[in-house]
Design a protein around this ligand. Structure first.
Ligand SMILES: Cc1cc2nc3c(=O)[nH]c(=O)nc-3n(C[C@H](O)[C@H](O)[C@H](O)COP(=O)(O)OP(=O)(O)OC[C@H]3O[C@@H](n4cnc5c(N)ncnc54)[C@H](O)[C@@H]3O)c2cc1C
Length: 297
């Protein structure tokens, strides 16, 4: 199907994008990689009057920068650029791993991290990773504001972005050296969106205990969530298999999946528990925290 008729502009300055957004409001749509917007336009789910292509802003908004305490990623950075960043592999290895699992190579070469976050598909991968990493999003409108990942996703395909705003940058605090991490994405077939996706960051205390842990779960609710109850159970503990099982159960508690082509609600809830437990095991092992085996009489 062809999209509705639209005007096309490709400004080369952020100020011009903002001026156009202010003028056209929700009649305008920003075009980044086009891998979510164009299918929606072709299916006539959206029909913007004006498409504002961001491709001429790549010089300004496609970058990965290393800082003392955080890495900064420009919104127009592609999934592939994150996948192949040696600095990220060293500093925040979760990110290149997440990128590797997004769609296929064509999608990763065109799609952008900012486009994915702004699109806020409940089954997308970046929102889950950014939530686990306590990332902050820089949003530029009439003024600049910083929105934490935990406050950005409001519902399916709905974010804290106003029609007059552009997502410009993602700031990811560097997890401490020696942290463990895990990305578990269950997909029906290679390149598919997730049935369940889970990100875990685990920080050891150097004495075999968990100093800090973050667990984010996606695809089973309208927006991804942090498994706060499970995190609390694990902090300050020397884990054993029973604790991990209980934490995985607690992490799946808030999941309210719906039955669809990817499986029944019951199956997805069960899968959430399994994926969280596996992610915890992997992250703890990478953090050098051994899981005690409990001997039953
Ligand atoms: C075959 C296929 C498989 C895929 N598989 C996966 C997958 O496994 N996992 C996954 O997470 N995703 C997957 N995707 C989605 C893909 O990651 C998209 O690239 C991504 O969702 C949107 O990024 P984009 O740069 O293409 O944005 P676009 O499609 O250009 O834009 C998406 C939306 O975000 C808005 N937008 C874009 N950039 C900005 C910005 N800087 N500020 C404000 N608003 C902005 C646009 O106006 C639009 O509403 C897949 C897509 C396809 C086609």
């Amino acid at each position: 199907m062809y999209p509705r008729k639209f005007s096309y502009v490709a400004p080369s300055r952020v100020e011009d994008v903002l001026r156009l957004l202010k003028r056209y409001g929700d009649e305008a749509k920003l075009l980044a990689g086009g891998h979510s917007l164009l299918p929606m336009m072709k299916l006539r789910i959206v029909g913007p009057r004006v498409v504002i292509d961001l491709k001429n802003l790549r010089d300004r908004l496609a970058y990965i920068r290393d800082g003392a305490r955080a890495v900064r990623i420009g919104a127009l950075t592609t999934h592939a650029e994150i996948e192949f960043s040696d600095m990220l592999k060293r500093e925040v290895p979760l990110l290149p791993e997440v990128a590797r699992w997004v769609g296929d190579m064509q999608v990763r070469n065109m799609g952008t991290v900012g486009g994915s976050l702004a699109h806020a598909d409940p089954a997308a991968d970046w929102p889950v990773a950014m939530l686990a990493l306590n990332a902050t999003f820089t949003v530029q409108g009439a003024r600049k504001r910083a929105v934490p990942a935990s406050k950005f996703f409001k519902g399916p395909f709905t974010t804290a972005l106003k029609p007059s705003e552009l997502l410009t940058e993602i700031t990811v605090p560097k997890p401490p050296k020696g942290h463990g991490w895990s990305w578990k994405k269950f997909e029906r077939k290679a390149g598919d969106f997730a049935t369940v996706n889970v990100a875990v960051i685990a920080v050891p205390d150097g004495r075999g205990q968990i100093r800090d842990v973050s667990i984010a779960v996606g695809s089973v609710n309208p927006v991804p969530y942090r498994a706060a109850g499970a995190e609390k159970m694990l902090r300050g503990k020397r884990p054993d298999a029973e604790l991990l099982k209980a934490a995985a159960e607690a992490a799946a508690e808030p999941a309210e999946p719906t039955s669809d082509l990817r499986g029944s609600a019951e199956y997805k809830k069960w899968l959430t528990r399994v994926m969280v437990r596996r992610a915890l095991e992997e992250a703890l092992s990478r953090a050098g925290i051994s899981v005690e085996v409990v001997q039953h009489a």
